[in-house]
Design a binder for this molecule. Structure first.
Ligand code: F6R
Length: 362
């Protein structure tokens, strides 16, 4: 049942404020954060190894910034197909964390089994609660996104991020890096996020109009810094898998080390830049793109647009948000741009060519 939408993907994009709210309600109460039994105390945890594939991997890449910044826990992130054969040493004090919507991805499951007798704890962040990955974990953490039918992952991604930021905040508190008051402030911001996502969803008409233009491109670049770099990857993956337009993500600061050679007036460059501590640096990279004729779509907030929109091809304005939470909010326009671009191109949005929902063979 597509709930009145043309595609499951559209339905699942629209559902995000609701499902994220249920995910947060599951983990948060008035007193703070509660994990399901047997719980997890980060106080003695020295490092985190996060492993996943595709979109779930980009959720891990985003969470690396959170765990490191908030909790001071060093994080290693890898794609499962590399991790499992690389056979990396796992030091004592490591928690191994696996993220998977289906819970059946063959490489991720093999990576989990590799860690079985090596890591202190095996934690998983999964959507399908009865899945192999959930069953084989010491602590399976559900994301409660509900069934995801569209092959391109959307609501599972934002719910994965919702659970991962909650975990990172718990880690920060367990490590004594934030006190109860600071935790409460973060949790209030987190609870406000679904409301901001609704505002972002309301931009659909504008996003659709922009996507019609993007549909004419052969190559599209996504740029971001910090956690927005991780989201840039997700934006590029979403776009290529359903619209078949070649898209790549780069860390803004890497641009001048090569990729800027790709920029000309035919290449739209999507810059994801909320006004955070790194905003000015991203803007200066964006100006380098414009100086070479690049067609910039700046996704930012009102303040950012006032400061930096001069000379850009277009802007998309999102509500102001706690910079920590920006990747979750900015996932909405990233998904909508991909969706409307695919619709404009007339591709099979819910069943893109060559792709399967659950990759149970390596
Ligand atoms: C992209 C997408 C895939 C999956 C990947 C992992 O939209 O859906 O990249 O994220 O195949 O799948 P799970 O999360 O089921 O392990």
């Amino acid at each position: 049942d597509k709930g009145g939408h043309k595609h499951f993907m559209a339905k699942e994009i629209a559902e995000q404020p609701t499902v994220l709210t249920s995910a947060l309600n599951y983990y948060l109460d008035e007193t703070g954060i509660t994990l399901p039994d047997p719980g997890l105390d980060f106080a003695r945890i020295e490092r985190l190894t996060m492993v996943a594939c595709g979109t779930a991997y980009f959720a891990c890449l985003t969470a690396k910034y959170w765990f490191e910044q908030l909790a001071g826990i060093p994080v290693e992130v890898d794609v499962a197909s590399e991790f499992r054969y690389r056979e990396p040493p796992i030091a004592p004090g490591t928690v191994a964390l696996f993220v998977s919507q289906s819970g059946e991805t063959a490489d991720t499951l093999a990576a989990l089994r590799y860690c079985r007798d090596k890591a202190d704890r095996i934690v998983s962040v999964v959507n399908v609660a009865e899945s192999s990955i959930a069953r084989e974990s010491d602590l399976p953490l559900p994301i409660l996104a509900g069934a995801e039918i569209g092959v391109a992952s959307t609501k599972a991604f934002t719910c994965q991020l919702g659970v991962l930021i909650t975990l990172a905040l718990k880690a920060a508190r367990d490590k004594g890096r934030i006190d109860d008051t600071e935790l409460a402030t973060h949790l209030t911001a987190l609870r406000g996020l679904p409301g901001l996502m609704n505002i972002a969803l309301d931009q659909a008409d504008r996003t659709r109009a922009l996507a019609r233009k993007l549909a004419e491109a052969r190559d599209i670049l996504f740029l971001g810094r910090g956690p927005m770099y991780a989201l840039a990857h997700e934006g590029a993956l979403k776009l290529k898998e359903i619209s078949y337009i070649h898209a790549e993500a780069y860390a803004s600061g890497e641009l001048k080390h090569g990729p800027i050679a790709l920029v000309d007036k035919t290449v739209p460059v999507i810059v994801m830049a909320p006004t955070d501590a790194l905003f000015d640096k991203t803007v200066s990279n964006m100006q380098e793109v414009m100086a070479r004729g690049g067609k910039v779509l700046l996704i930012t907030d009102r303040k950012g647009a006032d400061q930096a929109a001069e000379g850009v091809w277009n802007t998309l304005i999102l509500p102001e948000v706690d910079p920590l939470l920006a990747p979750i909010l900015y996932a909405i326009p990233a998904q909508q741009l991909a969706y409307f671009t695919a619709v404009a191109k007339g591709t099979d949005v819910d069943q893109p060519r060559n792709l399967a929902k659950s990759v149970t063979v390596e």
